[in-house]
Write a protein that binds this ligand. Structure first.
Ligand SMILES: Nc1ncnc2c1ncn2[C@@H]1O[C@H](COP(=O)(O)OP(=O)(O)OP(=O)(O)O)[C@@H](O)[C@H]1O
Ligand SMILES: [Mg+2]
Length: 411
C-alpha cells in the first residue's frame, strides 16, 4: 500500500492520545480508516512531564490505529497545545520591486517576511504565520494580491508562537515512539478545520475547545484567524470539584460527571437522584443530582467568563456574528451550550468533526475534533501544493489555501 495516500493526525492531549488515520481518495475526499485512542500519561497541559510514560501512551495509540487501518504509520501531523501557545497580530510593509509595479509571489514573500520579523523572547519560536489580508497602496481587504499593480504592499498576519523546548520535548516523544513529525499544528487551528464551516469563519466565530487541562480559543473573521488564546481551566477541574465536593475518589467523580453531570442546575429535576461512591470503603450514598449541578455550574461560569474576557481583550465581542462553537471533551457535558448561551447571549453549538467520510461514527464526538482536524489540515495543504482546491471550498478558501501553500514554501 502506498503510504503517501495516508494522512495521520496525532493529538497528544492531557486526557488521551488520539491517532486518526485518513486515506486520501482520488476523488479529492478524505476518508477515516483508522483510530487509536490511549489514556494519556506523562503529558500535562501540552507539556511532557514524564518522557517514558508519554512515549508509551503514544505507542499504544499508534499501534491501535495501525491495526485498525491495516497500514504502517511513519509520519504524523502533530497537535501542539498548552498555556505556552500565544498569538498576536503583526503587519509587514514593502515597496513593490518590479518595473511596472506588478505584485509577484516574491513581493508577497517579502511582505510576509517583514511581518514576521518580530523579536521574540529567547526560548520561543514562531509556529504559524497566517496571512489575514493585504493592503495594496490604500486599498484594504485584498485576499490575493499577486498580479495586481501597486507601489506599496502591506500584509496583516496572525502569528502563533510557542515554547521551543515544549515543542522539542513532545516531538522527541513522538520520534521515540517510532514515527516522524511531518508538521506541527496548534490545537485550535487543527480543531477549527474539522468543526467550523467556511461561512462561520467568514461571518465571525469563536472556537472554544474545552480539553482536559486547558480551554483553547481561536477567533475567526473574514475567513482568517485573528486571535488565539489559552485559558488554564478545563474539564478535569470539573472532575476535581466533584471529588472534593462529594468526597468521592477522582475516577468515580469522572464517572459521575459523565453519567449524571449537568452544567446548568436549572435543567435538572429536583427529584433526580444518583449513587455516589464514598472514600475509605464506606457505603455508597444516594444524593440529589441538583447538588452535582450546583458544583459544576460555577466552574462552567468561570470558564466562560474567562473566555469572554479573552474575546473582549481581542476586541471581538461585537463581531461574532456566527456565535461560539464549543468542542473538546469538556463540551460534551450536559448543559454546557445552554449555560454558554446565557453568559454570551450569542448562538452556541457543539462542534463535532465533519468534512470526512469513512468510519465517521468512530470519530463523531467533540473529543476527536483535533485528531480529525489535523488530517484535514494536512489534506488542505496537500491539495494546495498540488494546485488543486479541496472539496466543497469556496473561492475565499482557495485563496487562503494558496496563501498557506505559498507561504509554506518559504517558511
Ligand atoms: N461524556 C462526557 N461528559 C463530560 N465530560 C467529558 C465527557 N467525555 C469527556 N469529558 C471530559 O473532557 C475532558 C477531556 O477532553 P479532551 O479529550 O478534548 O481533552 P484532551 O485533548 O486530552 O486535553 P487537552 O486538550 O487539554 O490537552 C476531560 O476533562 C473529560 O472528563
Ligand atoms: Mg485537546
Amino acid at each position: 500500500m502506498r503510504k503517501e495516500r495516508y494522512l495521520v493526525g496525532l493529538d497528544v492531549g492531557t486526557s488521551k492520545v488520539t491517532a486518526v488515520v485518513a486515506e486520501m481518495l482520488d476523488s479529492a475526499g478524505l476518508e477515516i480508516v483508522g483510530l487509536g485512542v490511549a489514556e494519556s500519561r506523562g503529558i500535562r497541559r501540552g507539556v511532557v512531564v514524564n518522557l517514558e510514560a508519554a512515549v508509551d501512551s503514544i505507542k499504544r495509540a499508534i499501534d491501535e490505529a495501525e491495526l485498525m487501518a491495516g497500514v504502517e504509520i511513519d509520519s504524523v501531523h502533530l497537535a501542539l497545545s498548552g498555556p505556552h501557545i500565544k498569538g498576536f497580530n503583526s503587519r509587514g510593509v514593502i515597496a513593490v520591486a518590479g518595473k511596472n509595479r506588478e505584485i509577484t509571489r516574491e513581493d508577497v514573500r517579502r511582505a510576509i517576511d517583514a511581518a514576521k520579523a518580530v523579536s521574540l523572547p529567547t526560548g520561543r519560536e514562531i509556529l504559524h504565520v497566517l496571512p489575514q489580508d493585504f493592503v495594496v497602496d490604500e486599498q484594504e481587504g485584498i485576499g490575493a494580491p499577486v498580479g495586481m499593480t501597486g507601489a506599496r504592499l502591506e500584509v496583516n498576519v496572525h502569528i502563533v508562537t510557542g515554547s521551543q523546548s515544549a515543542t522539542q520535548n513532545i516531538v522527541a516523544c513522538v520520534n521515540r515512539a517510532g514515527v516522524n513529525v511531518a508538521e506541527t499544528v496548534v490545537e485550535q487551528l487543527a480543531a477549527s478545520e474539522s468543526v467550523l464551516t467556511e461561512d462561520e469563519k467568514e461571518l465571525g466565530v469563536a472556537l472554544v475547545d474545552i480539553g482536559g487541562g486547558t480551554t483553547d480559543i481561536a477567533i475567526f473573521e473574514r475567513g482568517s484567524l485573528w486571535h488565539t488564546a489559552v485559558v488554564g481551566v478545563g474539564g478535569d477541574h470539573f472532575t476535581n470539584d466533584i471529588a472534593v465536593g462529594l468526597r468521592t475518589p477522582v475516577p468515580d467523580a469522572e464517572k459521575i460527571k459523565r453519567k449524571c453531570g449537568c452544567a446548568l442546575s436549572g435543567m435538572v429535576d429536583e427529584d433526580d437522584t444518583m449513587e455516589v461512591a464514598s472514600v475509605g470503603g464506606r457505603k455508597p450514598r444516594v444524593m440529589a443530582r441538583r447538588i452535582l449541578s450546583e458544583i459544576l455550574q460555577p466552574r462552567a461560569e468561570e470558564i466562560f467568563h474567562l473566555v469572554w474576557d479573552e474575546i473582549r481583550r481581542a476586541g471581538h465581542e461585537k463581531t461574532l456574528n456566527s456565535g461560539i462553537v464549543l468542542t473538546g471533551g469538556g463540551a460534551i457535558l450536559d448543559g454546557m451550550p445552554e449555560i454558554a448561551e446565557q453568559i454570551f447571549d450569542l448562538p452556541i453549538r457543539r462542534g463535532c468533526p465533519t468534512g470526512v467520510g469513512g468510519l465517521t461514527d468512530h470519530v463523531n464526538s467533540p473529543t476527536f475534533a483535533t485528531g480529525v482536524g489535523l488530517a484535514l489540515y494536512g489534506f488542505r495543504n496537500f491539495a494546495a501544493d498540488q494546485g488543486r482546491a479541496p472539496i466543497g471550498a469556496g473561492a475565499l478558501v482557495r485563496a487562503a489555501g494558496r496563501l498557506r501553500g505559498l507561504f509554506r514554501e518559504f517558511f
